[in-house]
Design a protein around this ligand. Structure first.
Ligand SMILES: NC(=O)c1ccc[n+]([C@@H]2O[C@H](COP(=O)([O-])OP(=O)(O)OC[C@H]3O[C@@H](n4cnc5c(N)ncnc54)[C@H](OP(=O)(O)O)[C@@H]3O)[C@@H](O)[C@H]2O)c1
Length: 237
C-alpha cells in the first residue's frame, strides 16, 4: 500500500521505480506496474534494493528488519535507505501496540541502521497516512513532517524528495535515535484515526519557527533567550 503509493508519486515525478516483493511476479506488484504509466517495474526485494539509488523500506513492522537483514548489508552499501515502517504488533488487533523489543530504548530506524552500517538510514514519513505522504494538502492546513538520520547530506537529499511531494515544514530532529520519538507517536496517531474516522490528518508543532528564526545568525545568546520566551510566566526569574 505505502510502496505503491510512494512509487506512483515518484514515477509521476519522473523517477524510475522498481517495487519489491517476496515473489518477483507478485500480483499486486504486477497490477501496480500496469496502472503506472511510465518508469515502473517489479522484482524481488533484492532486485529492488539493487536497483534503487534511494531505497524506501515500507514493510510490515515485524518483518522489515528480518527482510533487510536477509538482503545483506552489501546490497545497500553507500545507499540512502528511507525507513517508513512502524514497529506495530498487528497480531494484537487495533489499535495495534508497538512491538516491545523495538521501542523506548531503541527503534526500527536505529535497528535498521545497525544492520546496514554502511548505508545512510533516514526515518521519515512514518507519522502520516500514505495518501498524505504524497499529498500533504490532504491533511488540510499546514502541518509538519519529521526526519531523523545520522548523515546530513542523506537527510538533505531526502528533504529534496519530500519537497517534491509538497512538504514545506520538515523538522530535522537529529540523529537516528530520534526515530524513537516519531515511531512512538503511533499509539496517539491510531487513537486519533479512531476518533476522526479518516487518516487524512497530521501533527502540527507550534512555537518551533520562532526558535529557528532567532537562532539563525543570532548566536547562542539569542537562541537561549528564545527558549526562555516560552517559559511559563510564573516560572520566569
Ligand atoms: N499504510 C499507511 O498509510 C502507512 C503510513 C505510515 C507508515 N506505514 C508503515 O509502512 C509499512 C508498510 O505499510 P503498508 O500499509 O504498505 O503495509 P502492508 O501492505 O501490510 O505491507 C506490505 C509489505 O510488507 C511485506 N510483507 C508482509 N508480510 C511479509 C512477510 N511475512 N514476509 C516478508 N514481507 C512481508 C509485503 O511483501 P509482499 O509484497 O511480498 O506481500 C509488502 O512489501 C508498515 O510498517 C506501516 O506501519 C504505513
Amino acid at each position: 500500500m505505502v510502496g505503491a503509493t510512494l512509487g506512483t508519486k515518484l514515477a509521476a515525478l519522473g523517477h524510475e521505480v522498481k517495487i519489491g516483493s517476496r515473489e518477483s511476479d507478485n500480483a499486486a506488484g504486477a497490477a501496480w506496474v500496469k496502472s503506472t504509466s511510465r518508469g515502473a517495474s517489479q522484482g524481488t526485494f533484492a532486485d529492488a534494493a539493487e536497483f534503487g539509488e534511494i531505497v524506501f523500506v515500507c514493510m510490515r513492522g515485524d518483518v522489515a528488519l528480518p527482510v533487510v537483514k536477509s538482503l545483506g548489508a552489501n546490497k545497500l552499501k553507500g545507499k540512502i535507505v528511507v525507513d517508513v515502517s512502524n514497529p506495530l504488533d498487528l497480531s494484537k488487533g487495533a489499535p495495534f501496540p508497538l512491538l516491545p523489543h523495538l521501542v523506548n530504548t531503541t527503534s526500527l530506524g536505529e535497528e535498521t541502521q545497525k544492520v546496514l552500517p554502511q548505508s545512510f538510514v533516514v526515518k521519515t514519513l512514518n507519522t502520516v497516512n500514505c495518501e498524505v505522504m504524497v499529498n500533504p494538502a490532504l491533511a488540510k492546513g499546514e502541518s509538519n513532517l519529521f526526519i531523523s538520520g545520522n548523515d546530513a547530506a542523506a537527510k538533505g537529499r531526502v528533504i529534496e524528495v519530500l519537497r517534491s511531494f509538497g512538504w514545506k515544514d520538515v523538522i530535522d530532529l537529529g540523529d537516528i535515535t530520534t526515530a524513537r520519538g516519531t515511531e512512538m507517536l503511533l499509539p496517539i496517531w491510531m487513537r486519533l484515526y479512531g476518533l476522526f474516522g479518516t487518516p487524512h490528518f497530521n501533527f502540527r508543532i507550534v512555537g518551533w519557527k520562532i526558535r529557528c528564526e532567532l537562532k539563525q545568525g543570532s548566536g547562542p545568546d539569542l537562541s537561549f533567550r528564545a527558549v526562555l520566551l516560552r517559559t511559563p510566566k510564573a516560572l520566569r526569574p
